[in-house]
Design a binder for this molecule. Structure first.
Ligand SMILES: *Cc1c(COP(=O)(O)O)cnc(C)c1O
Length: 485
């Protein structure tokens, strides 16, 4: 019976009347499809629709899916920042009907389970941050930055302080200055010193009574923990500014160091990075923020609060900056985050960070012998190697090495970031990889560096499409396929 209803529903949904939604035309240049897809991958004749067997269709799509690298099929040294392993248990829990079937307009009384999950999430994030007040609303890390800066701006306005400038280290992630600008602040860069840490003299020289916020990623984008952080916070607080911690690298310090304890006044988390939310293709994510007590009244509304034996959404927050996201944020991502946190527990989270740091240091100790690592002999959860010698001596670019890794069964690490390292390769193995995998990766990288230049310039050799035109793909994406173009 159920089956018949489902079939009926699918049938209804597939009626032509419903499908005939007109999408707006895309204003992009069209190129014939056979110019874009290699001849070997284009069928000689159209499939004999609709008479195709299910196995044929299944095989077609499964085979297509294996053309991609994924974290389930290959090692991805992109790390927590991009592609940490996503435990399957989170997906099973998130697809349980009691969660997956919820509607955002349901009254609080009928979603007590989900509200409890979110409340628990707020509490656990507060504990890990060492900061008392949490909003789960922002939709991504960058959105968390913006929300926290708007929260800080509301606080400054409310307390009559005219503070206009956000300071950032020169290795900051691009979203930091972008968020500061969108929030209406001016930005100013602080230099890094020779060790790749904040140059304290330069910071001190740039701080004054117009300083609103100093944004810092710690551990930083070079994979180094800035041990001067307490002194940095002191300097910022002395002029009345606030310290913002970009929490994208929390994978290295969970359960070991709390931002609130080392001087941060506000921070964001990236649950889709640190807490293993799946985010292939750029989304969805979440960007919860945690702040000190005096900023709490300005956080977005609503927050989840305990009410007697139950939970409710609290909208009665007169100083709040208001909503920054529809409904309650990306609850599916937040639910997976809570699964991950409960699965590990406090001790487990600490072990995640310890193993992430151990794995990165093991790989660093192998890679540095054939690819220079300019900053430091020890790292946190990631390290940045430089291909600048390969480039200057042989004309081999970091991009060539990255592409050749595909032929050897590895996804490339993050390349050309941070900008302060020439020909950068940012390598982050994460905590879930074993020694054999790390050894195989180090070996592949070593062999690649020894290979003839032309093999590298033309890599990858084993993938269906070799090197797409990335500039064209970013600037002029072809979003729609038209059969006759
Ligand atoms: C990923 C990242 C961000 C932005 O987070 P999103 O969730 O991608 O918006 C900010 N800072 C650093 C250091 C990051 O790695």
């Amino acid at each position: 019976m159920r089956n018949r209803q489902a079939t009926q529903l699918l049938f209804e949904l597939s009626r032509p009347g419903l499908a005939a939604v007109q999408l707006p035309e895309c204003d992009v240049p069209r190129r014939p499809v056979d110019e874009l897809i290699p001849a070997a991958a284009v069928a000689a004749a159209p499939p004999p629709l609709p008479e195709l067997s299910e196995p044929d269709v299944t095989r077609h799509f499964v085979n297509l899916s294996t053309q991609n690298m994924s974290v389930d099929t290959h090692f991805y040294p992109l790390g927590s920042c991009t592609m940490k392993y996503n435990p399957k248990r989170n997906e099973r829990i998130a697809s349980m009907p009691g969660f997956a079937g919820l509607h955002p307009y349901q009254p609080d009384a009928s979603v007590q389970g989900m509200l409890e999950v979110l409340f628990l999430g707020q509490q656990m994030l507060a504990e890990i941050a060492g900061l008392p007040a949490v909003s789960l609303q922002p939709a991504a890390g960058a959105h968390g930055e913006l929300t926290a800066l708007l929260t800080a701006a509301a606080y400054f306005r409310d307390t009559g302080q005219a503070r206009t400038t956000v300071l950032l280290p020169d290795q900051a992630h691009g979203t930091n200055p972008a968020s500061a600008t969108v929030a209406g602040f001016q930005t100013s860069q602080v230099k890094s010193n020779a060790q790749g840490l904040v140059d304290l003299d330069d910071l001190a020289a740039k701080l004054d009574d117009r300083t609103a916020v100093f944004m810092i990623t710690n551990p930083n984008t070079l994979g180094l923990f800035d041990g001067q952080i307490r002194r940095i916070a002191e300097l910022v607080h002395d002029v009345g500014g606030l310290v913002y911690l970009d929490g994208a690298n929390m994978n290295a310090i969970m359960g070991i160091a709390r931002p609130g304890d080392f001087g941060a006044d506000m921070m964001h988390y990236n649950p889709h990075k640190t807490f293993s939310g799946p985010h292939g293709g750029g989304g969805p994510g979440a960007g919860p923020i945690a702040v000190i007590e005096k900023l709490a009244p300005y956080l977005p509304s609503p927050l989840v609060v305990r009410d007697g034996d139950g939970y409710r959404l609290d909208f009665d927050r007169p100083k709040s900056i208001g909503r920054v996201r529809t409904f309650f944020g990306n609850t599916g991502v937040l639910l997976r985050m809570v699964c991950y946190l409960l699965t590990h527990g406090g001790e487990g989270l600490r072990r995640v960070s310890e193993n992430a740091v151990l794995n990165a240091n093991y790989l660093l100790s192998r890679v540095k012998h054939f690819l220079p690592v300019p900053h430091g002999d020890r790292c946190m959860h990631e390290f940045v190697a430089s291909g600048s010698k390969l480039k200057s001596q042989r004309g081999v670019a970091t991009m060539d090495v990255a592409k050749r890794l595909l032929d050897r069964g590895f996804h490339a690490p993050t390349v050309y970031f941070p900008l302060i390292v020439p020909e950068a390769m940012m390598i982050e193995p994460t905590e879930t990889e074993n020694k054999a995998t790390l050894d195989a990766f180090a070996e592949a990288l070593f062999r690649i560096v020894e290979e003839p230049d032309d093999v590298l310039h033309e890599a990858p050799h084993t993938t269906l499409v070799s090197r797409p035109d990335e500039v064209q793909a970013a600037r002029n994406p072809i979003l729609k396929w038209t059969p006759n173009s």
